[in-house]
Design a protein. Structure first.
Length: 124
């Protein structure tokens, strides 16, 4: 954990409540291999859109759970003892404190929900 990586992670929230979010337009505009954009807050959580190809580093979140829902493509989530493969319309909840790494062999689109206090790259 703690290595510098080539990730485009945007924690700003560019959309106001009651504003339509055009997800296909965001996907089409993405030029990054690993892109993560916060879309909005829902109470104490944040909803993020990820467009992934390649792999993230192993990390954990000490205080927040993390939910992944694959909208398109395939997402692999590696744990210390196994790998879970998610395909379109499948989701998985990773509890706080669990070391994991996400990776995608193809360009994939993932919706994530996690506590608004989360550090997207993991806690040190």
């Amino acid at each position: 954990m703690g290595e510098s990586r080539e990730y485009e992670i945007r924690t700003d929230i560019p959309f106001a409540p009651l504003e339509t979010i055009d997800v296909p337009a965001l996907i089409d505009a993405c030029r990054h291999d690993w892109f993560n954009q916060s879309l909005g807050r829902v109470n104490d959580s944040v909803v993020r859109l990820g467009i992934f190809q390649g792999e993230f580093h192993f990390h954990k979140h000490d205080r927040e759970d993390e939910f992944f829902l694959v909208l398109d493509g395939k997402l692999l989530i590696d744990f210390e003892d196994r790998t879970v493969e998610l395909t379109q319309h499948q989701g998985l909840l990773v509890p706080c404190g669990v070391v994991h790494r996400t990776r995608s062999p193809e360009r994939s689109v993932v919706l994530m929900i996690e506590g608004a206090t989360v550090v997207p790259t993991g806690d040190e």
